[in-house]
Design a protein around this ligand. Structure first.
Ligand SMILES: [Zn+2]
Length: 63
């Protein structure tokens, strides 16, 4: 079972597409990662559904 997966997201601040590395051994997680382009803190909501598909939602940390 693969526990790390790369996902591409669009930064909610600068709209650049960045790659984040997810730990898919956890069903649902919320954490903050700094954008590699603009260095602003992106709040990431990661949800693994029943079919093991990974959904990532990126939003501004203070929203
Ligand atoms: Zn950014």
């Amino acid at each position: 079972m693969q526990i790390r997966e790369e996902k591409r997201i669009s930064c909610p601040y600068c709209s650049e597409v960045i790659t984040v590395l997810l730990d898919t051994s956890v069903d649902e997680q919320h954490y903050t990662e700094d954008c590699s382009v603009c260095c602003q803190p992106i709040a990431l909501d990661v949800i693994i559904d029943a079919t093991a598909a990974t959904e990532v939602y990126a939003r501004q940390e203070n929203e």
